[in-house]
Design a protein around this ligand. Structure first.
Ligand SMILES: [Zn+2]
Length: 222
């Protein structure tokens, strides 16, 4: 009797395994994308360019970097991916799930996550991204666009410059390129040549996609 019970449970296990295999989606190729519970790559399944609001908190001297980072992804995807909106009122004043995509320069950051350079929230349903918001940690990191000596110093919400902010500077275009990768659905990688490596080192101009980044983006966009 006990043995029959064992055989029965074995059958159930093998049936489940078979079902799981047969449900494996066609686009299960890894490609570096975040996956939903079904193992499908999540991405924006739209032919329209994705609206992205630049919040008023982003300094004007750093904004050209956002456009270049966008162009880099678009050049490799082979299509226009973004529609930039510089009117801050088109999205919430601070990052929240509001149905709008926006990028924010944050002057407050969680005290237990201060080493985090940026954070991109991605909301999806099924395998389709519905919304994404990018936070830049401007409370703890100083940024430059192309000229490392012209730093936008890390500062608090009251404008107080962070005492440590003169020692390091970070390439804003490189960070935005990385966060836009998340925005499009990509996850982190350990491939040192990729822009999707977790941490951006100080004064490192990581503004060019690796071969693998280029291949990844073409998996979902072209
Ligand atoms: Zn990241």
């Amino acid at each position: 009797m006990a043995q029959r019970g064992f055989l029965k449970s074995l059958l159930i296990v093998s049936t489940l395994a078979f079902t799981a295999v047969s449900c494996k989606p066609k686009d299960a190729k890894d490609c570096g994308f975040v996956k939903n519970v079904y193992g499908q790559n999540i991405s924006w399944k739209t032919k329209e360019p994705i609206p992205l609001v630049i919040n008023s908190s982003v300094p004007s001297q750093l904004r050209p970097a956002i456009y270049r980072a966008i162009k880099t992804w678009e050049d490799h995807a082979g299509e226009k991916l973004f529609r930039v909106i510089e009117d801050s009122s088109q999205a919430s004043a601070s990052p929240t799930k509001d149905g709008k995509n926006a990028i924010y320069f944050m002057h407050t950051w969680e005290s237990n996550r201060q080493s985090e350079q940026g954070r991109t929230s991605v909301y999806w349903a099924d395998d389709q991204i519905m919304e994404s918001d990018i936070r830049i940690n401007a409370a703890n990191f100083s940024f430059y666009d192309q000229e490392p000596t012209q730093l936008v110093l890390a500062s608090g919400i009251d404008g107080t410059v962070n005492a440590l902010s003169n020692s390091d500077g970070y390439n804003f275009e490189a960070l935005v390129l990385h966060e836009l990768g998340h925005f499009l659905g990509l996850k982190h990688t350990t491939d040192r040549s990729s822009v999707m490596v977790t941490h951006l080192s100080a004064f490192t101009n990581r503004t060019v996609l690796s071969e693998s980044d280029s291949e990844s983006i073409k998996c979902a966009y072209k």
